[in-house]
Design a protein. Structure first.
Length: 331
């Protein structure tokens, strides 16, 4: 891998999530971001003790070493498929990934008592944020929740108030950008030219032009937003808004969007402009990318599972919003 590929690779997937949690949540490690602290070991024991006896991890596995020889011949996968996980899954249901309709249920008391103090300690920013989200009873969209956060007196005591002021404008701009990206991706993958339509041809799509107009308007609102100079990564956001404002035609707007995506996009790039055509860089899986949601949805889910507050309204809001919903609400 190149340096850039490795930088992006190690930030995604299960490994990236695991490392972020250990580094960022105080109390999960002894302070080095790696060595498990007492609470982490207690959580691990909860899972381990729920497994059938023959697949539990035992201290002697570490003291005496693992007998790797019995897996010789490349049978590691067969062992876990046919023996390890088949046996374990029968008894560990409470710790497996939960269905979507179960994410609002509280965790078992033993697990909840370990996690709540770490994730939502009294007076912590996470707890105050969750309480503000839960109190936004009239919120119907993710943007509404951001409005509530930006106007919260309690949260402004935790964070620099100026850093919250531009949050509503940012989330609307980010969602409009993703709406435009998905529209462009759909046009690329449903074009007769197959995988490399001309930019000028794409620019003639009425639906795509509508999305670009909405995106450009949201960028103008961002440029007028109060306090945006202290917003994290403000220069990247402003550069995109300015490039869209300065692009006079739909073709120029498409080029500006593609250029920004290729230069600043994290993870895998979707497409790039090349010789006047929009060339996809990944295959079409039929799965649409989600809107930019900060971490409000996982925060709300964790708050519900830890019993911090009733998060149903917030979870409904972050799940239903699309840019066209807000447009319909204004009619």
């Amino acid at each position: 891998m190149s340096t850039d590929q490795f930088r992006r690779y190690r930030q995604v997937g299960m490994y990236g999530a695991y490392r972020v949690v250990l580094r960022k949540v105080p109390g999960l490690t002894t302070g080095d971001g790696w060595t498990p602290a007492a609470t982490t070991l207690a959580l691990a024991n909860l899972v381990n003790d729920s497994l059938p006896r023959d697949v539990r991890m035992k201290q002697e596995h570490f003291e005496n070493g693992t007998r790797w020889g019995r897996w010789s011949g490349g049978d590691e996968a067969r062992y876990w498929v046919e023996r390890g996980w088949r046996t374990a899954c029968a008894a560990v249901g409470g710790f497996l990934p939960t269905p979507e309709d179960a994410v609002r249920k509280q965790l078992p008391k033993e697990e909840r008592c370990l996690l709540e103090p770490l994730l939502f300690g009294a007076g912590s920013t996470c707890r105050v944020t969750a309480e503000v989200l839960s109190s936004a009873k009239q919120a119907r969209t993710h943007a509404d929740l951001c409005d509530a956060l930006a106007n919260s007196t309690a949260l402004s005591k935790q964070l620099e108030p100026a850093s919250l002021a531009s949050l509503p404008a940012f989330t609307r701009f980010a969602d409009a950008a993703m709406h435009a990206m998905r529209g462009l991706w759909d046009e690329i993958n449903h074009d007769d030219a197959k995988q490399a339509p001309a930019v000028e041809k794409l620019a003639r799509s009425a639906e795509l032009r509508s999305r670009l107009d909405r995106f450009r308007d949201a960028g103008e609102a961002w440029l007028r937003a109060p306090g945006r100079s202290v917003f994290p990564h403000e220069h990247v956001v402003t550069r995109l808004a300015e490039s869209m404002r300065n692009a006079a035609t739909p073709s120029a707007q498409l080029r500006a969007l593609a250029r920004h995506h290729y230069e600043y996009g994290g993870g895998r790039r979707w497409f790039r402009e090349q010789a006047g055509r929009m060339v996809p860089l990944v295959s079409d899986t039929g799965i649409a990318a989600s809107d930019y949601r900060f971490r409000l949805r996982p925060l709300s889910r964790l708050a519900a599972q830890c019993g911090v507050a009733n998060m149903n309204v917030a979870l409904d809001a972050v799940s239903r919003y699309e840019p066209e919903d807000e447009e319909a609400d204004a009619l």
